[in-house]
Design a protein around this ligand. Structure first.
Ligand SMILES: C[S@@+](CC[C@H](N)C(=O)[O-])C[C@H]1O[C@@H](n2cnc3c(N)ncnc32)[C@H](O)[C@@H]1O
Length: 192
């Protein structure tokens, strides 16, 4: 991932790690899909999709009806667009903040996050927005603290996600490095 500054967002980009994309495609996405037994089909959104390495592989393995990626970094989204076009994958790329996704409520079946929520100032607001766009029973897949601490031991030290304050998602399945949380059947917008 290239390092790009995001003025005002409070997010500090990670330095580029050349092997990251290949590892994500060859190991991370296949393991994640297999261990969490993710459903095929449906509408998928990756928040913080960066340059889109995971999107093409998620598309290949899960055969979604639609696949979307959202990121605040426009240059990275341009890279994602080029990558996906050259792979023949049709994805909708959204230049958007995860706290304000330009998607209707309950319009997505599966949201995937490779660590973004751990590294933004308002993780709670972001997860509430993710819950808003998920349909009831839809899944939010995110990295566990173990995964974050293995990947970024110093930067992630002490970081967790505020699950106790978010009752609209419940733990559905976990597999060491990743967890899937399901969206409850009904909750009022603005409530936990
Ligand atoms: C940890 S990187 C993950 C990138 C890629 N998905 C991967 O797995 O290599 C986090 C990504 O989230 C994006 N990001 C940071 N803050 C964001 C926000 N508030 N809304 C949307 N995307 C954000 C960054 O630009 C970056 O691409």
């Amino acid at each position: 991932m290239r390092s790009v500054r995001h003025e005002g967002s409070g997010y500090r980009a990670f330095p580029e790690i050349p092997a990251r994309d290949s590892l994500q495609v060859a190991i991370e996405v296949p393991m994640l899909v297999h261990l969490l037994r993710l459903p095929t089909g449906g509408r998928i959104l990756e928040v913080g999709c960066g340059s889109g390495a995971a999107l093409a592989e998620l598309n290949r393995r899960l055969q979604p009806a639609a696949i979307m990626g959202a990121d605040i970094d426009l240059p990275l989204l341009r890279e994602a667009d080029a990558r996906l076009v050259s792979s023949g994958v049709h994805a909708d790329l959204l230049h958007a903040d995860v706290h304000a996704l330009p998607l209707p409520a309950q319009s997505v079946d599966l949201v995937i996050d490779f660590g973004t929520c751990y590294h933004i100032p308002d993780a709670e607001g972001a997860i509430r927005e993710i819950a808003r766009v998920l349909r009831p029973g839809g899944l939010f897949v995110h990295e566990t603290p173990v995964s974050q601490h293995l990947a970024h031991p110093f930067r992630s030290f002490g970081r967790t996600l505020p699950w106790k304050r978010i009752t609209s998602l419940y733990l559905f399945r976990t597999a060491l490095l990743w967890s899937a949380r399901a969206r409850v059947a009904a909750f009022r917008t603005g409530s936990p």
